[in-house]
Design a binder for this molecule. Structure first.
Ligand SMILES: Nc1nc2c(c(=O)[nH]1)N[C@H]1C(S)=C(S)[C@@H](COP(=O)(O)OP(=O)(O)OC[C@H]3O[C@@H](n4cnc5c(=O)[nH]c(N)nc54)[C@H](O)[C@@H]3O)O[C@H]1N2
Ligand SMILES: Nc1nc2c(c(=O)[nH]1)N[C@H]1C(S)=C(S)[C@@H](COP(=O)(O)OP(=O)(O)OC[C@H]3O[C@@H](n4cnc5c(=O)[nH]c(N)nc54)[C@H](O)[C@@H]3O)O[C@H]1N2
Ligand code: SF4
Ligand SMILES: [Mo]
Length: 883
């Protein structure tokens, strides 16, 4: 007997449906929901590893006040009392909430209502400010509403797919898989990837434009001018459904292909190829993400993209549209409830009519009358003492905000920091006065909206652990204790959803795009069973709406869309002699943000296990940096350590560092401590993709790895990076100061108590040491002057089944597998744990396609996330046949 639950993946904005089956032995299996419109059964590697992140290790399970575990009643009373006290003394502007696109819509709605309607200030902002704020401004300026016009099918139906500032293969893998499949079925489809570096996404590109960082607006504005020159404008559409074309075209006129090529640092021929694709293709979709949004001119870049689509009439029809793909599972839900400080609620802003309408709906005693502080300003206001209390929920700002060391300092000084978290220890939770344990994915229930406006349900299939409670419940309980009982007496999240839906339809009459009024009447049972549906859901679209603007009607009062003249400009912070390289940051395939959940899954850590810095080999050579050595990156704001990865796909003059690593996983690896707090003036979104930095060799006198059957903190004063391993602690380490006596050092930091030691002394003070207790391996330690080359899977398996026999023990001591066995190498396929060396051997033995490799080794046959890497390995090794 199995019981199945349908829910939605908690990671990216693709919003895949997930089926959880509980076997009769209690075991949970995770698979893609074949009935869900977003993924139709597919899952990527993170989604398929969800089952491995559900254990309770490291969870926060009890409320804590000032470091002491307390009962809920006391914790909630303390939050309410301390907030009220600060509000009484300093006014409502002295308190703030900082929320997240990972909260469910119901949680988010309550947070927004409490702050804007009952505390009466608009100081609630969200991590979506770091993510979607520019896209929101772009859409609002163009369409009069924050509307993503497209659906995923449009990507499949397009003749030309332009991916800009998006590493779709890694960040939105299931959309990427859909694109790959569509491309196989319609080989005439063309794909252009615009990204300063060569990413896994380029695997599918007919054309890759490695443009100068930050120069996209010129490319799209040049495209607009090209359309005008080539009689490619949709003049009927422009006349009937848009305004602003004349001024916008006039402003674009100076962007000739030649000028674009110079500005973007691209060959003229590549620019022309792109422009010719525009005129030659009937339908285009432009999919854009953080390489566009996270910029000091991000909103303008969005409008440059939208201008092109409006001018070409490539919008509102199948296979066309400017598609900002969202990052978090509920980034869209946050935009819908008003989670951004410059929106009020349900797509309403701070006009007198909207303020009055929302206040009447909420029947609230007071209401915020002007926008509050956006994320970056909010933390600056905490630093200056203007904001004295902050409640952070579902986000880790000490890691993810720019100028992260200042953010940490600000929180240290803040009189009241409340954190709602699922994990006991994060870089942010560490600084909280009050910690509130929230329910995690699988335990909580509510709804989320994905990138294509599809509202779908997250359902609970696990019991609430310890004292953990739903975020909406925590917020409502605090609201009640602050004196707002009647407005926050929710018993069930379905009641909150109904209220939110009713507000969206309240006095709407087609004036606001976000309208799910039709869902206001759902009762609890209907909400529990609600099937995925794309908003709007109203009288006009009772079954939802897949594609917007098919009728050419937009949400500006005149019903027309706006083209907006854009002046392309390069990033504000330019490189200098002191900081000569551009630091670009972003995501890797197998980690999610600050790693609080994906960092738990051993197999997700084997793809890339350390913070790294990708650099062009020539830049590295000029700086005296060897591949795989440690480097120090610094900016005027902070510094970090990472391992150099020389990669010719990296644009010269810029380096790439992942955003994920933080104080829980590495010694000094928060990349945001280097990022200046430079934001887009229109959207408040930080320029996370562009910081001038210096990169230099970080000399060390030793490098080591340790595997130990105990949870031990890493020694201070060295470089370390923690790799998740089931039941083990595994550190990669390096130090600048020589260690005289390694056994004494190990005894001091890791304890060798009661162990029998087996050692091998190596040249230049190298040492390999295995600690045994009762026939079991307790500790394996390898130190060298250079990073030791180890067969990690072989070492790990020795902890499961102790090697017996001399040769096996000697192999373990050497850090290798059993004699005659091939070392696995870096894990390429995380689903089946297939290492690089086995793949290379299979290629050399004749597997020259991804299919052949899959048939032989299984790699690439589950989620497909590693296919671009498999193809790259085939390219590199297919000619090196071994006999
Ligand atoms: N595996 C994984 N997937 C995720 C996430 C995760 O943490 N891990 N997070 C989710 C979230 S919240 C988000 S917002 C999305 C983000 O998804 P993406 O935006 O696709 O991811 P990033 O890696 O941040 O950045 C995308 C690309 O922008 C490029 N870029 C940098 N500067 C420029 C530029 O000037 N122009 C152009 N055209 N490109 C540039 C970078 O080189 C990078 O390859 O991913 C979501 N999916
Ligand atoms: N340099 C640089 N910085 C960036 C980016 C970049 O590309 N480069 N990207 C930015 C973007 S797009 C984003 S979206 C942000 C993401 O950055 P964050 O939002 O800071 O990252 P997460 O690790 O997702 O943080 C979510 C936190 O919520 C906790 N949590 C999980 N589920 C729940 C729940 O149900 N309830 C509660 N209360 N807590 C929960 C998790 O344990 C975790 O600590 O980073 C931004 N920062
Ligand atoms: S693409 Fe992967 S991470 Fe994103 S929602 Fe689907 S399964 Fe989850
Ligand atoms: Mo994001």
């Amino acid at each position: 007997m199995t019981a199945a639950h349908c829910t939605t993946c908690p990671y990216c904005g693709v919003g895949c449906g997930v089926t959880i089956e509980q076997q009769s032995n209690g075991e949970l299996t995770v698979s893609g929901d074949v009935a869900h419109p977003a993924n139709q059964g597919r899952l990527c590697v993170k989604g398929s590893a969800l089952g491995e992140t559900l254990d309770l290790t490291g969870r926060l399970l009890q409320p804590q006040v000032d470091g002491q575990p307390v009962a809920w009643d006391q914790a909630l009373g303390q939050v309410a009392q301390r907030f009220n006290q600060i509000i009484e003394q300093h006014g409502p502007q002295a308190v703030a909430f900082y929320a997240s696109g990972q909260l469910l819509t119901e949680d988010y709605y309550v947070a927004n209502k409490l702050m804007k309607g009952f505390i009466g200030a608009a100081n609630i902002d969200t991590n979506s400010r770091l993510c979607m704020a520019s896209a929101v401004v772009g859409y609002k300026r163009a369409f009069g509403g924050d509307v993503v016009p497209c659906c995923y099918e449009d990507i499949e139906q397009a003749d030309l797919v332009i991916l800009t500032g998006s590493n779709t293969a890694w960040a939105h893998p299931v959309v990427y898989q859909r694109l790959v499949k569509a491309r196989q079925q319609r080989p005439q489809m063309r794909v252009v990837v615009i990204d300063p570096r060569e990413t896994a996404t380029c695997d599918i590109a007919d054309l890759h434009l490695p443009l100068r960082p930050g120069s996209d607006a010129a490319l799209f504005t040049g495209g607009l001018h090209w359309l005008a020159e080539q009689q490619g404008l949709d003049t009927t559409f422009l006349q009937q459904h848009a305004s602003g074309a004349e001024a916008t075209l006039a402003a674009a006129a100076e962007w000739t292909p030649q000028r674009v090529a110079e500005f973007c640092g691209l060959p003229l021929s590549a620019v022309l190829t792109f422009f010719q694709l525009l005129t030659a293709s009937h339908n285009w979709v432009t999919l854009y993400s953080m390489g566009i949004n996270q910029s000091a001119s991000g909103a303008d870049k969005c409008n440059a993209i939208i201008n092109l689509h409006l001018a070409g009439g490539r919008i509102g029809r199948a296979g066309s549209g400017p598609f900002s793909i969202t990052g978090q599972p509920n980034a869209m839900g946050g935009r819908e409830v008003g989670g951004l400080a410059n929106q009020l609620a349900a797509h309403m802003g701070f006009t007198p009519e909207d303020i009055d309408r929302v206040q009447r709906f909420w029947q609230s005693p007071r209401i915020a009358r002007q926008p509050g502080l956006n994320a970056v300003d909010l933390f600056q206001a905490i630093a200056t003492g203007q904001v004295k209390a902050v409640w952070i929920m579902g986000t880790n700002p000490v890691v993810s905000l720019p100028d992260a060391d200042t953010v940490r300092q600000a929180l240290k000084q803040c009189p009241l920091v409340v954190v709602s978290e699922v994990m006991a220890m994060t870089d942010t939770a560490e600084l909280a006065h009050i910690r509130l344990p929230a329910l995690a994915w699988g335990e909580k229930q509510g709804s989320v909206t994905n990138s294509e406006r599809c509202i779908s349900r997250q359902r609970a299939f696990l019991p609430a652990p310890g004292q953990a409670r739903a975020d909406w419940w925590i917020l409502s309980q605090v609201a009640q204790r602050m004196g707002h009982g009647a407005a926050f007496s929710y018993q069930h999240p379905s009641e909150i959803f109904s209220e939110h839906a009713a507000l969206s339809g309240f006095e709407n009459n087609g004036t606001r795009a976000f309208d799910i009024g039709q869902l206001a009447g759902l009762d609890r049972q209907q909400w529990l069973q609600m099937a995925p549906v794309q908003w709007p859901v109203n009288a006009r679209h009772p079954m939802g709406c897949r594609r917007m603007f098919a009728d050419g009607r937009f949400f500006h009062p005149d019903g027309k869309a706006r083209l907006l003249p854009v002046t392309p400009r390069l990033p504000q912070n330019a490189v200098s002699a002191r900081y000569p390289l551009v630091l670009n940051t972003g995501r890797i395939r197998d980690q999610w943000h600050t790693m609080t959940r994906t960092g738990k899954a051993a197999r997700l850590m084997r793809h890339l296990s350390e913070p790294f810095c990708e650099i062009h080999p020539q830049d590295a050579a000029e700086l005296g940096i060897a591949d795989s050595s440690l480097v120090r990156l610094s900016s005027p704001h902070g510094w970090m350590l990472a391992r150099a990865q020389c990669n010719p796909g990296q644009r010269r003059g810029s380096v790439f560092v992942p955003m994920h690593w933080n104080g829980q996983f590495t010694a000094q690896g928060r990349v945001d401590s280097l990022i200046p707090p430079v934001v887009d003036a229109d959207s408040g979104q930080p320029e996370s993709k562009h910081a001038p930095v210096r990169v230099s060799h970080w000399p060390v006198s030793w490098q080591a790895e340790i595997f130990i059957r105990a949870d031990v903190a890493a020694p201070r004063g060295i470089y370390w990076s923690r790799v998740a391993q089931d039941g083990l602690t595994h550190y990669i380490m390096a130090g600048q100061r020589p260690v005289e006596d390694w056994q004494a050092w190990l005894q001091r930091h890791f304890s060798l108590e009661g162990m029998t030691l087996q050692t091998a002394q190596l040249a230049q003070r190298g040492l390999h040491l295995i600690g045994w207790r009762q026939g079991e391996v307790q500790l394996a330690f390898y130190v060298r002057q250079q990073a030791p080359q180890l067969d990690r899977p072989a070492i790990l398996s020795a902890f499961e089944l102790a090697p017996n026999g001399g040769p096996q023990r000697l192999a373990l001591l050497a850090g290798r597998g059993a004699p005659g066995q091939l070392a696995a190498g870096t894990t390429i396929c995380s689903c089946f744990g297939v290492g690089e060396n086995r793949i290379i051997a299979a290629i050399q033995a004749g597997c020259h396609s991804a299919e052949a490799l899959g048939a032989r080794l299984q790699c690439g046959t589950n989620c497909g996330s590693c296919l671009p890497e498999l193809k790259k390995l085939i390219q590199q090794h297919a000619s090196q046949r071994v006999a």
